[in-house]
Write a protein that binds this ligand. Structure first.
Ligand code: PMP
Length: 412
C-alpha cells in the first residue's frame, strides 16, 4: 500500500546531489511540485499507445484519447467534490483560469462604479487580470486589509461588502507567502449575502488539503496541475454549472462552437465552450494520474503531514537567532514558511542554502503588494509536500547556520 512515509521512492528526481555535491533537499514545491512515477508513466503510456486529438474523429486512437481525457475530467471532478464532470474546464494553469474567469465575468457583471473585492495577499495571477478587467469596465478594485499576524481582516471584508457595490470577490484559499489559510466558506457566505459571486484561487490549497467545492460554497475555483504532482501546462477552472452556462467564452476557435456562419457563431456546451483548440491532452491524463496518486495517499493525510512539517519548521526556525517568520504562527498556516534572516538579503540566503544542497525560493513570490505590506523587498520561502520529512527541515536549519557563519551571526 502506498503511504506518505514510503512515497518518496516514487520521486527519483529527489535522489540526487545538488550542484555543490551535497544531497539535494527540495523545499520549493509551492513553485512547482515533483512528479511521481505513476504520473510520468501515465503520460508516457498515453503518448506510446493512445496519442490522437480528442473529440474529432471516429478512429480507434481518437476514441481512446477522448476517453482518457474525459476520464481525467471525471477524476478531477471527484477530487474537488464537483457535482458534474462538465463543470470542470481544462485550461493551462491557474493564471489562465483566472484570466478567463475575470474577462468573462467582467463582461457579464461589471459596469462603471461596480467593485471587485480582492485581498492584499493575492498572487499577481489573482490581481493583474482584475486590473485589466477593471480598466475595461470602469469597475473599482477594493482590497481587504490584513491583520498584524498575516490573517485576513474579516471586518474589512464586511465593511467593503456593506457598501453594496461589490459584484465579484476573488480571494486566495492559501497564501503562497504567508501560508495563511483563508476561511473561504465564510467568505463565500458573506459574498453571496452581498449579492456577489466568489472566485477562489486554489493554486496553493487544492494540492495540499481536502477541497470540496460544495462544502466551500464558492462559485469558481482555479488551480494548476504542476503544483499537485501533475504536469505543467494543465490547469482547471471549476465553476457552478449554471454560472458557466451564463458566461461567454473568452477564446474562440475549434471545438468551442456548435455552428459557425461567416459573420457569427453559436457555442458548444460547457465545458467545451471554454476549451478552444486542441487542449493539453497528455497533460490532462497526467493530472488525472496525479489526482489518483493523491487520493491513494488520502488528502486528509497529506494535510496532516504538511501541518506537522510546518509546525516543526516554525519551531526549529524560532530556535535560530535573527530569523523573522511571516504569517500566522499557529495552525492557520499551510505547509510553507516564508522568512528573512536579519541583515542578509534573501537572495544571498538562498544562494548559500543552495550551496548546502537546500533548494528554496527567494524573491517577491509574485506578490509585490504583499511585500510592500510586509515592508520587505523579498523573502526566503521553504515549502513542503508529501515527499518532505523533518530531516529536510533539519537540513534547512543546518544550512541556515552556514548563513549565520558566513555573515557572522551567532546562535541564540
Ligand atoms: N496563485 C497562487 C496563490 C500561486 O501560488 C500561484 C503560483 N505560484 C499562482 C496563482 C499561479 O499559478 P500558475 O503559475 O501555475 O498559473
Amino acid at each position: 500500500m502506498r503511504t506518505i512515509a514510503t512515497c518518496r521512492d516514487d520521486f527519483p528526481v529527489l535522489d540526487q546531489t545538488a550542484s555543490s555535491g551535497r544531497p539535494l533537499v527540495y523545499l520549493d514545491s509551492a513553485a512547482t511540485s515533483h512528479k511521481p512515477l505513476p504520473v510520468v508513466e501515465a503520460e508516457r503510456r498515453f503518448y506510446l499507445h493512445d496519442n490522437a486529438n480528442v473529440h474529432r474523429a471516429v478512429h480507434t486512437l481518437a476514441a481512446r484519447a477522448t476517453d482518457a481525457y474525459e476520464q481525467a475530467r471525471r477524476a478531477v471532478a471527484r477530487f474537488i467534490g464537483a457535482p458534474q464532470p462538465e463543470s470542470v474546464v481544462f485550461v493551462r494553469s491557474t493564471t489562465e483560469a483566472i484570466n478567463v474567469a475575470a474577462r468573462s465575468l467582467g463582461q457579464m457583471l461589471l459596469r462603471e462604479g461596480d467593485e471587485v473585492l480582492l485581498t492584499v495577499m493575492e498572487h499577481h495571477s489573482n490581481l493583474v487580470p482584475w486590473q485589466l478587467v477593471a480598466r475595461a469596465s470602469g469597475a473599482r478594485l477594493r482590497y481587504a486589509r490584513l491583520l498584524e499576524d498575516g490573517t485576513l481582516d474579516l471586518d474589512s471584508v464586511r465593511e467593503i461588502l456593506a457598501g453594496g457595490k461589490v459584484r465579484i470577490v476573488a480571494v486566495t484559499h492559501q497564501s503562497n507567502v504567508l501560508g495563511t489559510v483563508n476561511p473561504v466558506a465564510e467568505l463565500a457566505a458573506m459574498a453571496h449575502e452581498a449579492g456577489a459571486v466568489i472566485l477562489v484561487d486554489g493554486a496553493q490549497s487544492v494540492p495540499h488539503m481536502p477541497v470540496d467545492v460544495q462544502a466551500l460554497g464558492c462559485d469558481l475555483l482555479a488551480f494548476s496541475g504542476h503544483k499537485m504532482l501533475g504536469p505543467t501546462g494543465i490547469g482547471v477552472l471549476w465553476g457552478r454549472i449554471e454560472l458557466l452556462e451564463r458566461m461567454e467564452p473568452v477564446f474562440g476557435g475549434g471545438e468551442m462552437i456548435r455552428e459557425v456562419e461567416l459573420d457569427h457563431a453559436t457555442w458548444n456546451d460547457v465545458p467545451y465552450k471554454f476549451e478552444a483548440g486542441t487542449p493539453p491532452i497528455a497533460q490532462a491524463v497526467g493530472l488525472g494520474a496525479a489526482v489518483e496518486y493523491l487520493e491513494s495517499l488520502g488528502m486528509a493525510n497529506v494535510h496532516a503531514h504538511e501541518a506537522t512539517l510546518a509546525r516543526y519548521a516554525v519551531r526549529r526556525l524560532q530556535e535560530l537567532r535573527n530569523i523573522r517568520i511571516y504569517g500566522p504562527l499557529d495552525d492557520r498556516r499551510g505547509g510553507l514558511v516564508a522568512f528573512n534572516v536579519d541583515g542578509v538579503h534573501p537572495h544571498d540566503v538562498a544562494t548559500i542554502l543552495d550551496h548546502e544542497g537546500v533548494a528554496v525560493r527567494a524573491g517577491h513570490h509574485c506578490a509585490q503588494p504583499l511585500m510592500r505590506w510586509l515592508d520587505v523587498p523579498a523573502t526566503v520561502r521553504a515549502s513542503f509536500y508529501v515527499y518532505n520529512t523533518e530531516a529536510d527541515i533539519d537540513a534547512l536549519v543546518e544550512a541556515l547556520l552556514a548563513v549565520e557563519r558566513v555573515f557572522g551571526k551567532g546562535r541564540r
